[in-house]
Write a protein that binds this ligand. Structure first.
Ligand code: MN3
Length: 226
């Protein structure tokens, strides 16, 4: 049976490029999605052209977690570009023009429990994002095993917390291309303004799905991390 080849596809932005103004300007948003994210998808597909057919049908999340199955000559390219694809797909969902400004329900409780308060969480997230040297991402995550509290962590390049055993709830991009046109070198200013466009209902949905995933994992069923 022939394995069906599945090209990775750039997801459309879930809102208009102007929708997050003034916090994310339209020019940055268009460049970020239409050029940067698109380039990662294109490069991923190109790298996979020379890969064994078996890899053509795998999801981006599978590739992220099974890089050892990818031939060494394309492994670095797949790592950077599949991470870029997955992380940016999460980033667009982490933002919304209808951001409520603060989490509610179980997510709000989990944040209070882990960080002391929402304000302390924001301060820790901003500090982690500001201090990250070079290009990377800042995340709110939940450990995939055990019942640990929520954590803030950063990843370099396009690495993803799933590769380190953490399930991502919320992410912001601190590569310069995410903010430089509007904020120049003032990354902390970008991180502070970002709270106005955070999609808290999406983060809450991810926490809920994580809980459901944990139950199916315990029942021995296959988990989907996306
Ligand atoms: Mn980016």
């Amino acid at each position: 049976m022939k394995v069906i080849s599945m090209k990775h596809v750039l997801p459309p932005l879930p809102y208009n490029a102007t929708a997050l103004e003034p916090h994310i300007d339209a020019r940055t948003m268009s460049l970020h999605h239409d050029m940067h994210h698109a380039a990662y998808v294109k490069a991923l597909n190109l790298a996979l052209e020379s890969a064994p057919e078996l890899l053509h049908g795998k999801t981006a999340e599978w590739l992220l977690l099974n890089l050892s199955e990818v031939p060494e000559k394309i492994r670095n390219s797949v790592r950077h570009n599949v991470g870029g694809h997955v992380n940016h797909s999460l980033l667009w969902q982490s933002m919304s023009p209808a951001g409520s400004g603060a989490p509610s329900g179980p997510l709000a409780e989990a944040i209070d429990q882990a960080f002391g308060s929402f304000a302390k969480f924001k301060a820790q997230f901003e500090e982690a994002g500001s201090k990250l040297f070079g290009s990377g991402w800042v995340w709110l995550v939940k450990a995939q095993h055990g019942n640990d509290k929520l954590q803030v962590l950063t990843t370099f390049g396009h690495d993803n917390p799933l590769q380190q055993g953490y399930f991502p709830l919320l992410v912001n991009d601190v590569w310069e291309h995410a903010y430089y046109l509007k904020h120049a070198n003032r990354r902390p200013e970008y991180l502070q303004g970002w709270w106005s466009v955070v999609n808290w209902s999406e983060a809450a949905r991810r926490l809920e799905r994580f809980g459901q995933g944990n139950r199916t994992a315990r029942a021995g069923e296959r988990r989907c991390a996306a």
